[in-house]
Design a protein around this ligand. Structure first.
Ligand code: ADP
Ligand code: ZN
Ligand code: ZN
Length: 802
């Protein structure tokens, strides 16, 4: 018996399965989709069995046997193996990267498996009975050591026992010590070379770390895996290859009682949308629906009733939300309707708990999986429906390899399972709406709010005029008056600071110097509470200088607006107002989002002040005013999606007001009131915006009219970065047709991050049959030659920003 194995060596230039011999004693244990350890070069590496067969081209004396089987039940289904192959072509990744991303992170680190008795002991073969003795649960390792995996597998298939993942560190433990490998490959390589060859173990550890950059481990488990003492680990940590840190352990923030909900009587529009979805489910058609519904139109109720149908049919459903911690209200609605049938894949779960949820999904013990991007890989075997809520959100695109978009994976899986996909949004991405217009997707429209409330009235305020008339505050007169009225009426207010690409920085008023990070070419952000400057790209931190580093003037102070500064100003202008602030600083702890939202919902504050994270999913009856303090900042980003993102953001935040009985009002402050993205967000009419933005995309040859590929090249040496970006460009010029637009290489808009210089090239094309092949060759060139020179190259087939 021969197994084809995809090995976990993504530094290897060639991406293909290798043949291994299955030793006789493992024959009954291995299955397609199991993980194994196999010899590769001088060591054993992790691999996945992708096929079992009887023949091989490898000569008998060359073929090596599988060393160890890691799973006695497959961790990957045939569907996932097939999907991984598709991903290698459509995201230009290695098969191993695609396989790894589908698995819960517990399987990528070390964890404890145990076997639990679920039937009478007497059902078990005698050898296993002895192993259990009086116990209900025994370690998997013990079964393995006793050489009893075969009878164990039989018992598992019979349902006599089940596998459990043991989560350690329960009880009083609040923090655990972990060790994290540094991110910098070239630094690791330097360290490896610098270590004396007599310290063999240390060299081995650092070499192992080169393949695990940025990963985190529990120190004693790492020592066990690598078979080293703690002293060896300490030595390489001291040389800078890794760092110790403490990680806090949290309790499940969702563990509270939720009242059961029942189906609502649908509005006519909801009814029609649901009818079409159910029809497609019954006919087993892989239709992609675009559910375009204004904010508050009741999209969620449509999802819930469609899922009910899937459950009634004995099928399962996946619901994707942009970020699970930002949408607690949304996820609660699924729990309220379906109770224990829902698995919520939220970040409050430990790795082991996530893995157990994942296995429950695999066995069909839960019927609905709610989660962020990676939940699209939930291993259901009988999918009846897939939903992407807020389908326009950029979090659905993974920014690292494999650079997949959850929408594409959803559509692939819907074709595999012959079930529909629902893409829901009040402001669909231009790509999706264009596809709906061409009938590639089926458009479903909810044009009215579910409870017949009118959309809030929106006013745009020109902040230049405020300045001319002498108002230097960050609140226009109109907004200040509106806030005052709400405070008197005891209604609630949401203030939104659009901070994308914007921060408060320190500026010298004499010479104009802005303090910048010494690693990255970007302005450092001022943090008032600690009087420090922080770089938000690399994390570098320093004290606010007392004089200008250039001209030594003392007139150096911060400029711009952060949430903290606005909070201080609110306290000054409206001393009686109770304010809750929600931004990266106040939500660093897990569960903090939920707590802040709970407090606001129960009326503990009058004003909720926050960044983009408050744009999503808020649904509180007493919010009657939404103020946008600066609409411009996202509009000025050097990216072709800037207008689209601004329109989406403004529509989303506006949708937070007046969702229930009280009417809502929205006030948008801006320095560019004439821009169409701002003008059109006033009426919250999507289609006029769509038309105008499409015209711009057409004019400048951007998606959805053209496809864009982003190639980034980085190196510590600016000349090397430029040289290899040039080489990449020359290669593309040589191989691609003249129809293709090639732009660059140019220095990236943030040209240096973590001491690496970055250059980028852009490919624009409509049809280019050679493209995938050419890019694969480019990547191979990089893997075999360039990587040794310290170059890093990434290829993104559908970048969410440029
Ligand atoms: P969306 O997801 O489109 O923004 P929601 O699903 O949050 O909208 O619905 C907005 C509000 O309307 C919610 O409070 C919801 O409970 C309510 N709602 C939805 N559908 C109905 C209905 N058919 N009848 C009464 N209320 C509804
Ligand atoms: Zn100065
Ligand atoms: Zn930096």
């Amino acid at each position: 018996m021969i197994a084809q194995v995809i090995v976990d060596v993504s530094a290897y230039p060639v991406d293909r399965p290798f043949d291994y011999l299955v030793p006789v004693e493992l024959r009954e244990l291995v299955e397609v989709g199991c993980r194994v350890k196999v010899p590769f070069g001088p060591r054993n590496v992790l691999g996945f069995i992708t096929a079992l067969q009887e023949q091989t081209d490898v000569p008998v004396d060359k073929i090596k046997p599988i060393a160890k089987v890691l799973d006695i039940e497959p961790v990957l289904t045939e569907e996932m193996l097939e999907l991984a192959k598709w991903m290698t072509v459509h995201t230009l990744c290695y098969e191993i990267d695609a396989l790894q991303v589908m698995l819960p992170s517990a399987l990528r680190a070390k964890y404890e498996k145990s076997i639990k008795l679920t039937a009478e002991l007497s059902n078990l073969p005698v050898e296993l009975q002895e192993l259990f003795g009086q116990k209900e649960m025994i370690p998997y390792k013990k079964v393995e050591a006793a050489n009893l995996l075969k009878p164990l597998k039989y018992c598992m298939n019979q349902g006599f026992v089940e596998q459990k993942t043991i989560v350690k560190q329960q009880g009083q433990v609040k923090a655990i010590r972990k060790v994290k490998v540094i991110d910098d490959i070239s630094k690791l390589q330097e360290i490896a070379i610098s270590i004396s060859s007599r310290a063999k173990k240390q060299v081995q550890v650092v070499q192992w770390m080169i393949e695990h950059v940025g990963e985190e481990f529990i120190p004693h488990e790492l020592c066990e895996t690598l078979d080293i003492t703690l002293a060896v680990l300490n030595a390489v940590v001291e040389k800078g290859a890794a760092q110790y840190f403490h990680e806090e352990i949290y309790r499940d923030p969702f563990a509270k009682d939720i009242k059961k909900s029942t189906a609502l009587t649908l509005t006519d529009e909801q009814h029609e949308a649901l009818r079409q979805i159910l029809k497609s489910m019954r006919e087993k058609k892989e239709t992609t629906f675009l559910l375009h519904g204004v904010t508050g139109s009741g999209k969620t109720e449509v999802y819930l009733q469609a899922i009910q149908e899937a459950i009634d049919n004995g099928q399962e459903a996946i619901v994707l939300v942009p970020e699970i911690s930002l949408t607690p209200q949304m996820t609660e609605r699924f729990r309220a309707r379906f109770g224990d049938l829902v698995a919520v894949m939220h970040s409050g779960l430990s790795k082991g708990e996530k893995y157990d949820e994942w296995r429950k999904i695999g066995r069909g013990e839960v019927k609905v999986a709610v989660g962020a991007r990676s939940a699209i890989f939930a291993p259901f075997k009988n999918l009846g429906l897939i939903i992407l809520d807020e389908e326009h959100e950029s979090t659905y695109k993974q920014e690292d390899t494999p650079r997949y978009h959850a929408r594409d994976i959803a559509i692939w899986r819907s074709q595999f399972h012959h079930c529909p996909v629902i893409l829901g949004s009040a402001t669909p991405s231009l790509e999706s709406f264009a596809r709906a217009k061409k009938n590639v997707y089926t458009l479903l429209t909810l044009s009215k709010r579910a409870k017949q409330q009118s959309l809030p009235a929106v006013q745009v305020i020109d902040m230049r005029e405020e300045l001319h008339s002498g108002n230097r505050s960050m609140f226009s007169t109109v907004l200040a008056d509106a806030i005052q009225i709400r405070l008197e009426r005891k209604e609630q207010i949401v203030l939104f600071l659009n901070r994308r690409g914007y921060s408060s920085f320190v500026l010298c008023r004499d010479c104009g110097t802005v303090v910048q990070c010494k690693n990255c070419d970007i302005s450092m952000t001022y943090h008032r509470s600690s009087e420090t400057l922080k770089c938000h790209y690399c994390g570098y931190e320093e004290h606010v200088p007392s004089e200008c580093p250039e001209c030594h003037s003392e007139h150096i102070r911060f400029f711009g607006t952060g949430t903290q500064k606005i909070e201080a100003e609110i306290h000054k202008v409206f001393p009686e107002a109770r304010v809750l602030r929600m931004d990266v600083d106040t939500t660093r702890q897990k569960g903090a989002h939920e707590r802040i939202l709970d407090d606001f919902g129960s009326g503990k504050a009058d004003i909720l002040l926050g960044t983009q994270m408050i744009a999503k999913g808020l649904d509180f009856p007493k919010i009657t005013l939404v103020g946008v303090l600066s609409a411009d900042t996202s509009l000025n980003l050097p990216d072709f999606r800037a207008a689209e993102r601004t329109f989406q953001l403004l529509t989303q935040v506006s949708g937070r007001a007046g969702r229930h009985d009280l009417p809502g009002e929205v006030i948008i402050q801006t320095y560019t009131p004439e821009h169409y993205a701002i003008q059109l967000s006033k009426e919250q009419h999507y289609e006029p915006f769509y038309e105008q933005e499409m015209a711009m995309r057409h004019k400048f040859a951007y998606p959805p009219y053209f496809y864009v590929v982003l190639i980034q090249v980085s190196h510590e040496d600016v000349l090397m970065a430029a040289e290899y970006a040039g080489k990449a460009m020359d290669w593309l010029k040589l191989k691609l047709s003249s129809q293709v637009g090639l732009i660059g290489p140019t220095a990236a808009s943030i040209s240096r991050i973590q001491n690496r210089y970055r250059y980028q090239c852009l490919i624009k094309y409509k049809k280019e049959p050679n493209l995938t092949e050419t890019l694969q060759q480019l990547i191979r060139m990089y893997r075999t030659e360039w990587i040794k020179k310290g170059v890093q190259l990434s290829v993104d087939l559908d970048p969410s920003s440029i």
